[in-house]
Design a protein around this ligand. Structure first.
Ligand SMILES: NC(=O)c1ccc[n+]([C@@H]2O[C@H](COP(=O)([O-])OP(=O)(O)OC[C@H]3O[C@@H](n4cnc5c(N)ncnc54)[C@H](OP(=O)(O)O)[C@@H]3O)[C@@H](O)[C@H]2O)c1
Length: 164
């Protein structure tokens, strides 16, 4: 199963502030929805608190709290990267989407095969970020949108899932 990260980033590297994404790019939101459609998603507990579950995906919410249970049939709380990946693989999916936030992007990054990074013309100083993908990553494609560019990165050497 391939792991893809889908993220929108300001010029500063910020992805959010005070638990929110403080911008609106409807075209980016549409491409993001389209890209994750039907794939299981893994999301951090903080981000999950601020969003509705994605209805046409299995939502795996990463938390260290082993007592959390969900009352939505497509939401499962998981306690490790490995559990998230194993449960996503058990759905039969060929792609798992990592949808943030900052902590979850970071913890999955070494295992992420592909990253779709929307580079937004914003100068936000945030409290959650996404790293610039340099050594070990190459740009596969650039997609131009009216107000931003989406860069598709490929990890040249992702860590094997046995090391999750
Ligand atoms: N621009 C974008 O594309 C985008 C996308 C999504 C989110 N965001 C933004 O990102 C910000 C939130 O990011 P964040 O870094 O503060 O929080 P986050 O990544 O959403 O969630 C962090 C939480 O996830 C859990 N977690 C992370 N790694 C774990 C691990 N290895 N094992 C168990 N649990 C783990 C912990 O939950 P517990 O504390 O419960 O243990 C941790 O506190 C918000 O501003 C949000 O709006 C931006």
């Amino acid at each position: 199963m391939e792991i893809q990260a889908v993220v929108a980033v300001a010029r500063t590297g910020a992805v959010g502030r005070d638990g929110q994404v403080p911008w609106e790019y409807p075209e980016d939101f549409r491409q993001y929805k389209e890209r994750v459609r039907g794939t299981p998603v893994v999301v951090g507990r903080s981000t999950f608190e601020m969003m509705d579950p994605i209805d046409d995906s299995e939502n795996f919410v990463l938390t260290s709290d082993t007592t959390r249970t969900a009352d939505h049939e497509r939401v499962t709380f998981v306690n490790s990267r490995r559990e998230a990946v194993e449960r996503a693989a058990a759905t039969g999916a060929d792609t798992l989407s990592v949808i943030g936030g900052g902590g979850v992007y970071r913890t999955f990054l070494p295992f992420t095969d592909r990253a779709f990074v929307s580079e937004l013309p914003e100068h936000l100083e945030g409290d959650a970020d996404f790293p610039y993908l340099g050594a070990g990553w190459r740009v596969a494609e650039r997609h131009s949108y009216d107000r931003f560019t989406l860069v598709e990165w490929v990890n040249e050497e992702p860590k094997p899932h046995s090391e999750l």
